[in-house]
Ligand binder design. Structure first.
Ligand code: SF4
Ligand code: SF4
Length: 92
């Protein structure tokens, strides 16, 4: 397993925003992710509130309602083996 790079390409591949665990409140606070898409995904001051396998756990997701990471290209490309990266740094 290698560390997921905070790139615009990976952000676009991330499936989190289509996931049942991704709450409406989180959609509202995902603005940084949208800004990152326009600017620099590597800026460590910003948390994308998506692509949690790279940015670490979420500030706004707390319930397991299903995880679609297994359907994501990033998971396969980086050899990730866990799910729920939004709930625990490094996944569960
Ligand atoms: S593996 Fe999961 S957290 Fe990581 S980019 Fe894909 S959907 Fe997002
Ligand atoms: S890490 Fe998994 S459970 Fe969390 S938002 Fe992304 S796809 Fe959904």
């Amino acid at each position: 397993m290698s560390e997921v790079e905070k790139t615009r390409e990976n952000l676009l591949k991330c499936r989190c925003k289509s996931c049942p665990s991704y709450t409406f409140a989180c959609k509202l606070s995902a603005m940084p992710g949208n800004i990152i898409l326009l600017m620099d995904a590597k800026d460590d001051r910003l948390h994308a509130e998506t692509m949690f396998c790279a940015y670490g756990k979420s500030q706004c997701i707390s319930d397991e309602k299903g995880c679609i990471c297994p359907d994501c290209e990033v998971l396969e490309e980086y050899g990730l083996e866990k799910t729920y990266y939004c709930l625990e740094n490094g996944g569960k």
